[in-house]
Ligand binder design. Structure first.
Ligand code: CO
Length: 178
């Protein structure tokens, strides 16, 4: 699963980009499918990776969070040391969609674009996602637990949905530390 990321990384150097924060309108818009798999896409993926790495404990980022309304996300739950279950490390997903989901779990979620709050969010415990890699090759990912939650959270961003949209006010908490 690392091969995809390593190949992307070799081609174009990523840069840390400014984060779009709630209530920026780009976070509420549905994103466009990617049809061209070119250097520009590789740059976007590497910028997402670089920006994710710059944020402590950040386990995923979606393109609209760095100002591009395109269906592109990166996920890497290995960045959270508490995640001990089986996972896939760094995953780069273009035009991802959930093709199967099962089970239910509640996790405390946060988001780099909503830095003030966390919330208890109910999501599927297992998902199968289909997506294209950076080169337009179709891939399938099976994820469970925390990784499945991260994948669902990032794909939500592509439809203009934030984690706070999925809960009632009583399930939202203000962060104690910055
Ligand atoms: Co988020």
């Amino acid at each position: 699963m690392y091969s995809n990321a390593e190949r992307v990384d070799d081609l174009v150097r990523g840069t840390v980009r400014p984060l779009r924060l709630f209530p920026d309108a780009i976070l509420k818009r549905a994103c466009m499918d990617v049809n061209v798999f070119d250097k520009e896409l590789e740059q976007l993926l590497n910028d997402l990776i670089e920006t994710m790495i710059s944020l402590p404990r950040c386990v995923g980022l979606a393109a609209p969070q760095i100002g591009e309304s395109k269906r592109v996300v990166v996920v890497d739950v290995s960045r959270n040391p508490r995640v001990v279950e089986r996972h896939h490390g760094l995953i780069c997903m273009v035009n991802p969609r959930i093709s199967f989901s099962a089970g239910s779990m509640i996790t405390r979620e946060g988001c780099a674009s909503v830095p003030e709050f966390t919330a208890n969010v109910r999501r599927s415990q297992h998902v199968v996602a289909s997506y294209c890699d950076a080169f337009g090759v179709e891939q399938v990912l099976e994820a469970s637990g925390f990784e499945a939650v991260a994948v669902q959270h990032e794909i939500d961003h592509l439809d203009g949905t934030l984690f706070v949209d999925r809960v009632s006010v009583s399930d939202v908490f203000r962060r104690k530390t910055k």
